[in-house]
Design a binder for this molecule. Structure first.
Ligand code: HT7
Ligand code: ZN
Length: 861
C-alpha cells in the first residue's frame, strides 16, 4: 500500500467552521444531512480543488449555497468527492448520504451492535458517515440533530450539551446536541438505543455542576456503579494533579458490546467496550476493576490531552496517547500502590513494546510514514510514548513539569498541536534546550544501557562506567539513570558522587564514568531505579549480588527486578544448586514481608513469562525448551516453598468478609492465588485438589478464575469437570465466557487446537464480536507460545485462517491478530519455515484489506 509521509504534511486548502448534522437513524438506511460551512484556509493552497474524504457512502444529494452542483464540476469516487472549482470565499455545502448501520461489520463509522446505534470515528471513521475533510487539523463546531424510532432508540446522545428534544409524528422522536468546543471529526459521536443508566452530579473547581452518567444495557445498571465512581475520581484527580476542569454540562459514558478497541474519548460522549465498564464481584476480577478505573480515567483525561489540545496530524498520535497514558498511570498510582503499579506498567511494556521495537513492526514513537494509520495504535506510540513523558519529568523535576504542562495547555488550547509544541512549553518554562531529548521521538528500537563497576578499597571509591548502545546509528539519547549503591546492610547513604543529582545521573553522551566517594565496602549498584528509562540494562552481577538487592535495596522496583533477573538466568541456564539458593532467598523474603505487602510479594513470586524469556534471546528460540525450563523452576520453587506457601494461603484466607475491589484487598487475593499456583506447580495432584476446593468455595470472580486457571494447566478429570461447570454457570455472561475461552486457549498442550476448534462452534462465540475473537484466538496467539509456534505449523495455521476469514468483515481486528507473527524470524528454523509459509498463504489471498496487507508486508520484509 502507498505511504503517507510526515514530510508531506500541508495545511488543508479549506477549513470547516461549522457542521450541522441531521441524522435519521434506521437499521439499514440511515440518512445523514450535513451542512458544512466551508472557507478557504489562508495557510492552504489557494488553487486546490476541494476534496472531501468518503468511504462506503451512498451520495443522495448535494448542493452548494442552495444551488445544484454542475455534474462536470463534481467527481464521486469510492475514496471521496471532489469539487473541481470550489468558491474561493466562504460557502455552505449541503450533503445527503445514506449508510447501512447493520451491515457495518468494520465497526468504524455508524454501526449497530445488539440493537444499539453507535459511532467510532477515530482515526478515519467520520468519512463513513458523510463526506468531509477528515483530518484532525480541521476543527469545527458541531450541532447534531438525531431522529429515531422511539421504541427502538428511546435514548439519543450526542457530543456537547443537550439543547432540545421532542416527538416526531406518532412513533419517532428527536434530540439536538450542541458542542461549543471546536473539534476534529474523529471526536464526533452519537448513540441511539434502549439503554439504562446510573448518574450523579459533580461540581467542578470552577463551581459548575456536571451531570455524569454511565449508560448500559437495561438490567445491567447494577454493574455500572464502579465505572461512574471512577469518572468522579478522575474528574477530582485531574483538577488536583493538573488543574484541569471539565468544560460541559454533561459527561456521558456508554457501554457497547462490539467495539474494535478499549474505549473512545469522543467529546462529552465516551463510548466504551462493555468489558471496561461492567463490573460486579461475581463477574469481574480485581484486574478488571483496575482496568475499568484506568480506562475510564484515560478517556476522561483525553478531554484536555487530546480534545482541548488535539493533534495536527496522525503522526503526532503520541502527543495525545503517550501523554494520556502517562496521566492515567499517575492516576492509578495515586489510587493504588505506586511501586506495585510501576512494576505492572513495566511488565506490560516489556511484554508488548520491547518485542514490537525489536521486530519487523518497529517504528519511532512519532512515525515518519504509514500506509494505514489504524495499525499505529501501538504499544510503542502509547506505552513508550508515556515513558518519554515520564523521563521528561525526571529530567526537569516535578514542579517544572507541572509548570510546563500548564504552559502547554494554555498555549495550545483549541488548537491542533505537534510534538514540537509540547516540548516548546517545557523548554520555555525551564529555559533548557530539549532538542537532544527530542530524539526519543524519532529513534526506533530499545537502547541498551551497559554498565560495569570497579571498587577500590584503598581509595574507598566505586567507579561506574555507563554506555548507551543504540539499535540505529545517530547521536546519543538523553537517558535519566536513577541509581544508588547498596551495601551488606542496605542503601549506602553516605556515599557522594558529583554527577548525581537527587539520585539521578543524566547520561547524554555515548558513555560516562561516575566516581562515588566515601564507599566503605564493595557495593552492589542499583541502576535504573523505578525503571527510569525504557532501556535494556546490561549489568553482570552474581546471583548473590542480585539477592542482596532483593533483600536490601530501598527501591521496590529494583528489589522485584533482582528476583526477576535471577529467575530469568535460571530459566535460560538451569542449575539446581543456584535454584535452591534462589528458593531460600525467596523463603526469607516471604517470611519477612509477604504479609506486610502482599501485592508486592505476589509480583516477586511471578517469574518472568515465557514471552519475556524468548525476547531475551537473539535467535533460534525454541518455545518448548523455554516452557519446560520455566515449568521445572516453578516446580522446584513450589516444592521448596510449600510450607510457607501453605501458611500464606491459610493466613490470607478471606473467610466471609464482603468483596471489595480496593488495592489492599486485591493484593491479598493476588498473593493467596500466587501461592496456590506455585503449590500446584510443585505438586500438581495436591494443587488440583486444593484448586478444586477453592473453586467451590470462591465468593468472587477473582478467586474463582485464579483457581480455574490453576486447574486448567493440570490435565485430568478435575480440569474437564471444572471447565464444564464454569461454562454452564456463566452461559449467559459473554464477558465471563471470554475469560473461559482465554483460559482454555492458553493450555500449553497439543490438544488445545482441537479444543479451540470446538469452542469456535460454541453458541457464545462469534466472529463478529471482537471481544470473543480476541479472547479465544488472540489469547492463543499472544499467550500460548508452545502451541501457537508449534513446529508442525498447525498453531500458525489456526490464526492465519481466522485472519483470512476476518479480513473482509473487520480488517482492523484481523490486522491486530496478525501482529502475533511479529517475532517469527527469531524462532528456530522449523518454526520459522512454518510461520513463513502461513504468512505467504495469507499474502496469496486476493483483495486483502490495506490493514492486513500493511502488517503482512512489514512482517515479511
Ligand atoms: N483514542 C482511542 C483510539 C481508538 C481507536 C483507534 C482506531 C480504531 C478504533 C478505535 N477505538 C478507539 C482510544 C484511546 O486510546 O483512548
Ligand atoms: Zn487514548
Amino acid at each position: 500500500p502507498p505511504l503517507i509521509r510526515l514530510e508531506d504534511y500541508r495545511p488543508s486548502a479549506f477549513l470547516i467552521d461549522r457542521v450541522d448534522l441531521d441524522i435519521r437513524l434506521d437499521p439499514h438506511a440511515a440518512r445523514i444531512t450535513a451542512e458544512l460551512a466551508l472557507r478557504p484556509n489562508p495557510e492552504g493552497d489557494a488553487d486546490a480543488p476541494l476534496h472531501l474524504d468518503g468511504d462506503d457512502l451512498t451520495l443522495v444529494a448535494i448542493d452548494l449555497d442552495g444551488a445544484g452542483v454542475a455534474p462536470g464540476d463534481l467527481t464521486v469516487e469510492p475514496s471521496g468527492l471532489t469539487l473541481r472549482n470550489p468558491p474561493r470565499r466562504p460557502f455552505v455545502l449541503r450533503l445527503v448520504t445514506q449508510v447501512d448501520p447493520t451491515a457495518n461489520t468494520k465497526l468504524m463509522g455508524l454501526y449497530r451492535t445488539d440493537g444499539v446505534y453507535c459511532t467510532q470515528c477515530e482515526a478515519d471513521g467520520f468519512r463513513r458517515i458523510t463526506y468531509f475533510l477528515d483530518r484532525p487539523d480541521v476543527m469545527s463546531v458541531y450541532t447534531t440533530r438525531i431522529e429515531a424510532n422511539r421504541e427502538e432508540a428511546p435514548v439519543l446522545l450526542g457530543n456537547g450539551n443537550p439543547v432540545e428534544a421532542g416527538p416526531v409524528g406518532e412513533d419517532r422522536h428527536y434530540a439536538v446536541w450542541h458542542d461549543p468546543h471546536p473539534k476534529p471529526a474523529y471526536l464526533f459521536a452519537i448513540v441511539g438505543g434502549r439503554l439504562g443508566k446510573v448518574e450523579t452530579t459533580f461540581r467542578t473547581m470552577e463551581g459548575r455542576d456536571v451531570t455524569c452518567a454511565v449508560y448500559v444495557e437495561p438490567g445491567r445498571e447494577d454493574r455500572a456503579g464502579y465505572a461512574l465512581d471512577a469518572v468522579i475520581r478522575s474528574m477530582e484527580w485531574d483538577e488536583r494533579a493538573f488543574g484541569r476542569a471539565y468544560d460541559l454540562d454533561v459527561f456521558n459514558v456508554v457501554a457497547v458490546s462490539a467495539f474494535n478497541m478499549g474505549a473512545m474519548e469522543n467529546k462529552g460522549l465516551n463510548i466504551f467496550n462493555d468489558k471496561y465498564v461492567l463490573a460486579v464481584p461475581d463477574t469481574a476480577t480485581d484486574a478488571d476493576y483496575a482496568a475499568i478505573e484506568a480506562i475510564i480515567a484515560h478517556e476522561y483525561f483525553h478531554n484536555w490531552s487530546g480534545n482541548r489540545v488535539t493533534c495536527r496530524d496522525w503522526f503526532q498520535l503520541c502527543l495525545k496517547e503517550g501523554l494520556t497514558v502517562f496521566r492515567d498511570q499517575e492516576f492509578s498510582s495515586d489510587m493504588r500502590s505506586r511501586p506495585v503499579h510501576r512494576i505492572g506498567e513495566v511488565r506490560s511494556l516489556r511484554a508488548r513494546q520491547f518485542p514490537e521495537d525489536a521486530g519487523p513492526l518497529k517504528h519511532p514513537v512519532r512515525p515518519n510514514a504509514y500506509a494505514e494509520i489504524n495499525n499505529f495504535y501501538t504499544a510503542t506510540v502509547y506505552d513508550k510514548g508515556a515513558e518519554i513523558v515520564r523521563m521528561l519529568r525526571t529530567l526537569i523535576g516535578g514542579a517544572a513539569f507541572r509548570a510546563g504542562m500548564d504552559r502547554y495547555f494554555a498555549d495550545n488550547d483549541g488548537t491542533a498541536a505537534t510534538v514540537e509544541d509540547f516540548l516548546a512549553a517545557f523548554a520555555t518554562v525551564t529555559g533548557r534546550d530539549l532538542s537532544a531529548f527530542a530524539r526519543w521521538y524519532e529513534r526506533p528500537g530499545t537502547p541498551k544501557l551497559s554498565a560495569s563497576g570497579r571498587y577500590d578499597p584503598a581509595a574507598r571509591t566505586y567507579t561506574l562506567r555507563l554506555a548507551q548502545i543504540l539499535t540505529v546509528e545517530g547521536p546519543p539519547l538523553v537517558i535519566p539513570v536513577a541509581l544508588g549503591l547498596v551495601g551488606a546492610k542496605g542503601p549506602m547513604t553516605d556515599v557522594t558522587c558529583a554527577a548525581v543529582t537527587d539520585g539521578v545521573f543524566i547520561l547524554d553522551r555515548d558513555e560516562a564514568e561516575l566516581v562515588f566517594e566515601n564507599v566503605a565496602e564493595e557495593p552492589v549498584p542499583s541502576l535504573l531505579r523505578d525503571f527510569s528509562a525504557p532501556v535494556r540494562l546490561d549489568l553482570s552481577l552474581t546471583d548473590e549480588q542480585r539477592l542482596r538487592l532483593l533483600a536490601r535495596d530501598s527501591d521496590p522496583f529494583n528489589r522485584w527486578q533482582a528476583a526477576q533477573d535471577v529467575a530469568m538466568r535460571l530459566i535460560l541456564d538451569p542449575d539446581p544448586a543456584r535454584a535452591e539458593a534462589f528458593a531460600e532467598a525467596l523463603g526469607t523474603f516471604l517470611d519477612g514481608e509477604a504479609l506486610a505487602d502482599p501485592a508486592f510479594a505476589a509480583l516477586v513470586l511471578a517469574l518472568p513469562t515465557e514471552g519475556e524469556a524468548a525476547d531475551s534471546l537473539p535467535s533460534d528460540v525454541d518455545p518448548d525448551a523455554i516452557h519446560q525450563a520455566r515449568r521445572d523452576l516453578r516446580a522446584r520453587l513450589g516444592r521448596a516453598l510449600r510450607p510457607r506457601l501453605e501458611r500464606i494461603d491459610a493466613s490470607l484466607s478471606s473467610g466471609k468478609e464482603a468483596y471489595s475491589p480496593d488495592a489492599a484487598s486485591a493484593g491479598r487475593r493476588a498473593l493467596r492465588n500466587a501461592a496456590l499456583d506455585l503449590i500446584a506447580a510443585g505438586d500438581p495432584q495436591a494443587g488440583a485438589a486444593l484448586a478444586t476446593q477453592r473453586l467451590d468455595a470462591a465468593t468472587n470472580m477473582t478467586d474463582r478464575l485464579a483457581a480455574l486457571a490453576t486447574i486448567a494447566q493440570i490435565p485430568g478429570e478435575a480440569r474437564e469437570a471444572a471447565l464444564t461447570a464454569f461454562g454452564e454457570r456463566y452461559a449467559q455472561e459473554p464477558l465471563v465466557l471470554d475469560k473461559w475461552f482465554a483460559i482454555q486457549a492458553t493450555i500449553a498442550e497439543p490438544e488445545t487446537l482441537d479444543r479451540i476448534a470446538r469452542l469456535k462452534a460454541h453458541p457464545a462465540f462469534s466472529m463478529t464480536n471482537p471481544n470473543r475473537v480476541r479472547a479465544l484466538v488472540g489469547s492463543f496467539s499472544m499467550a500460548n507460545p508452545t502451541q501457537f509456534a508449534r513446529a508442525d505449523g498447525a498453531g500458525f495455521a489456526l490464526v492465519a485462517d481466522v485472519v483470512k476469514a476476518l479480513d473482509s468483515t473487520n480488517p482492523q481486528v484481523a490486522a491486530r491478530l496478525l501482529t502475533a507473527f511479529g517475532s517469527w524470524r527469531r524462532l528456530e528454523k522449523n518454526r520459522r519455515v512454518a510461520a513463513a509459509e502461513m504468512l505467504n498463504r495469507i499474502k496469496a489471498v486476493p483483495g486483502l484489506s490495506r490493514d492486513v496487507a500493511d502488517i503482512l508486508g512489514r512482517t515479511l520484509k
